[in-house]
Design a protein around this ligand. Structure first.
Ligand SMILES: *Cc1c(COP(=O)(O)O)cnc(C)c1O
Length: 703
């Protein structure tokens, strides 16, 4: 019996459980109520359950289920015959070190803010599934990213609940004597110390540096407080701990690193530490630089200028003074590595430029973004044309099992041995889909939409500014009034992501009268669910939220257009599985890739998007809808008017009529044809298994 209890503990301390349906169900079964209250955190859940209760429960059905899950878990950990063992055997020995300022692995581990983190989390999970020897490097933020709550005026408020290591599956990194392993970095004139944790993510490990220890002065302890928190000074300090500290940690751990992957420029200072290592060996600077380049690859993630970190010369001098002296690097030589114009070293130091200068390959995250990045950074390479710029692309994907609801995963397992088979090739997907009837697909859709709506009403009861909607719903429930709040019979549109202004969340409200007619159509209505956080410093984004919340209160939209607060991985999972249509309307070409739309596909959701990011590659005319053909205008108002017009046009004339076009059994056959087309064409391509294989074959393995 004791070993079974230990097995449960062990399972709770490896995030593998978070992408295994039966493992998740086990924890939930222990206490559905506590499971919700602890934000689906099994470590904390087990704190609430006594040994006596566990022991008693293991004696019935629960014990058998646990045994099955444990067997699969152990087999997963022990598996030797993996994709990497066949296609990248050298990378089952040597290590890929994957650096990212955020990782979105599960809602209970709050060390992410948005899409970049979700991508990193999905990357490390796929690396584990494929048997690649990859470690992640990031920071442990004790306050994480903020929790969003909206006041009665619909204005975003932020609070920062602490997360405690003892409530998370964090393991302390220790040295050979069993003492905490401590590394240090130079910041300004000080030595700043960091301890390290790791999280087990399947077979992979994610290391987290943490400066919140007594050895540091309090302002250095705060480096590891908040994801993207504080000012420029805080930002550069975080990036030093991540990049330079990360390399030192790998060295202290004795990890034999084959390649350093910088996921976005935040970690680019790692190149400087690698350079210092080479210089210390006595190499000439040029030679040292070449050796560093050989070891590094870089992924850039945004065409938005403000998305690239830039630091003033003064700040660089102040912060790096001692470090550069210690390592014999001349200040101007250092500035040159990060300057867009090497003939003027008085400008800004750009992290993307540093990364581009010191990596052997670089890539954008969709075909279009690759092209935009080549234009954007042409001057760095003194290239004559964008085609000559050595920036390629690998389009982002999502980790299929993490993004499939338990119900969906079980649904597909009735027809296929696993989700990985369903998403292996279009041919395989077609074969599997041929076994599924329209009635069954439609049943899946109804089930998922109903659970989203149930979730929304439970969620709204805690949400202050929407309590009127909740109250109306409860009233209706008892009076059986003819009015119709959220209903699974109604076409349901979802929009959720960070509220960066280029994503234009309020675009669909451009013409209120038209939207009123669409939402309240007597026979073909629509309902819309919104969610998303604005960065704490982004007042324009917060105004967008407020605007939408005000619209949700208009009588014609009440109960039909909803804003859910505190968007996170948990809310995302609910939304992407429940909605019929996932809306995405950024200003082209500002969305480097976007991934949220990819998450809806296996649930039978369809994408409706500006042809930006991944969508122009994936859209084939039959597997969703495009908002316009990518027309670009210099005048933003003109752009908005044009895109809004196209949005309404496609919604009214294509999406809504297709959804409500039913056969004699009330099944939307044409709609489901599109759903099938999306599953076949999108599922097998826009997933992180394909993506990590591409990174491995194109970039990690040195050709
Ligand atoms: C997937 C996801 C994102 C990314 O959404 P995009 O539409 O690709 O920007 C952001 N936040 C959360 C919580 C997500 O799950």
């Amino acid at each position: 019996m004791r070993h079974i209890i230990e097995a449960l503990q062990k399972l709770s301390r490896n995030l593998w459980w978070s992408w295994d349906t039966e493992a998740k169900e086990l924890f939930k079964e222990l206490s559905p109520l506590i499971w919700e209250r602890v934000n689906h955190n099994p470590v904390e859940l087990l704190h609430h359950i006594s040994q006596d209760e566990l022991k008693a429960r293991l004696d019935c059905e629960f014990g058998k289920k646990l045994e099955n899950v444990t067997k699969r878990f152990e087999a997963y950990l022990a598996e030797k015959d993996t994709w990497a063992s066949k296609h990248a055997p050298s990378l089952t020995e040597k290590t890929v070190a994957y650096f990212s300022a955020e990782f979105g692995i599960h809602e209970s581990v709050r060390i992410y803010s948005g899409g970049l983190g979700v991508l990193s989390g999905d990357h490390i999970k796929s690396a584990s599934d494929l048997g690649l020897n990859l470690v992640g490097i990031t920071l442990f933020y004790k306050e994480g990213y903020f929790r969003q709550c909206l006041n009665q005026e619909g204005w975003q408020l932020e609070d920062y609940p602490l997360q405690y290591p003892e409530s998370l599956p964090l393991e302390k990194v220790t040295d050979s004597d069993g003492k905490d392993l401590i590394i240090s970095v130079n910041i300004a004139q000080s030595e700043v110390f960091a301890q390290a944790w790791y999280l087990n993510v399947g077979r992979a490990k994610l290391y987290l540096l943490d400066t919140n220890i007594p050895a540091n002065e309090s302002h250095y302890r705060d480096i590891c407080s908040r994801v993207y928190g504080g000012d420029q000074n805080m930002r550069i300090n975080q990036e030093i701990v991540l990049g330079i500290g990360g390399v030192k940690l790998l060295k202290a751990l004795g990890i034999d690193t084959a390649v350093y992957h910088m996921n976005e420029g935040h970690s680019a200072f790692l190149t400087v530490e690698l350079l210092a290592e080479q210089l210390e060996k006595g190499l000439e600077p040029e030679e040292a630089k070449e050796l560093v380049k050989e070891q590094c690859v870089f992924t850039t993630h945004t065409p938005v200028a403000a998305g690239h970190d830039r630091f003033s010369r003064d700040m660089i001098r102040y912060t790096f003074d001692k470090y550069l002296q210690n390592n014999g690097i001349a200040f101007d030589d250092f500035m040159k590595l990060g300057s867009e114009d090497p003939s003027n070293l008085h400008g800004l130091f750009t992290m993307t430029v540093l990364a581009l200068n010191l990596s052997r390959s670089a890539n954008g995250v969709s075909k279009l973004h690759g092209q935009v990045s080549r234009e954007m950074w042409q001057h760095i390479f003194s290239a004559e044309s964008p085609e000559q710029v050595p920036i390629g692309h690998i389009t982002n994907g999502v980790h299929t099992s993490s993004w499939s609801s338990g119900f969906t995963e079980k649904f597909w397992r009735r027809y296929s041995d696993s989700l990985d088979t369903l998403t292996s090739t279009p041919e395989e997907a077609s074969k599997i889909l041929a076994k599924v009837s329209d009635e069954e697909l439609w049943c899946l859709r109804y089930h998922l939409k109903r659970s989203l709506i149930d979730f929304i009403y439970r969620y709204l009861s805690n949400q202050l500014f929407h309590q009127h909607v909740y109250a109306t719903y409860m009233e209706m429930d008892s009076s059986k009034s003819s009015k119709n709040p959220l209903s699974p019979d109604v076409l349901t549109i979802g929009f959720a992501r960070r509220f960066a202004t280029y994503k234009r969340a309020p675009l669909i409200f451009s013409d209120i009268d038209r939207l009123t007619r669409i939402v309240n159509h007597p026979t073909m209505p629509a309902q819309i669910i919104f969610a998303g956080k604005a960065h704490p410093h982004d007042d324009a984004g917060k105004h967008y939220i407020q605007q939408i919340v005000e619209h949700t209160r208009l009588p014609q939209f009440k109960g039909k257009i909803i804003f859910l607060e505190n968007y996170n991985l948990g809310v995302a999972k609910r939304m992407i599985s429940g909605v019929d249509v996932w809306l995405n309307n950024p200003v082209r070409p500002m969305e480097a890739s976007g991934t949220s739309g990819q998450k809806t596909v296996l649930h039978g959701g369809l994408n409706f998007s500006i042809p930006d990011g991944w969508w122009p590659e994936a859209y084939n005319g039959e597997n969703g809808w495009s908002i316009g053909d990518g027309e670009q205008f210099d005048n933003p108002d003109e752009q908005n008017r044009h895109d809004a017009e196209k949005l309404y046009d496609v919604l009214e004339n294509q999406i809504i009529p297709t959804f409500y076009n039913r056969n004699v059994d009330n099944i939307p056959v044409k709609w489901l044809k599109k759903v099938r087309e999306a599953i076949v064409t999108i599922g097998p391509v826009y997933n992180t298994h394909r993506m990590v294989k591409d990174y491995t074959l194109q970039y990690y393995l040195k050709n």
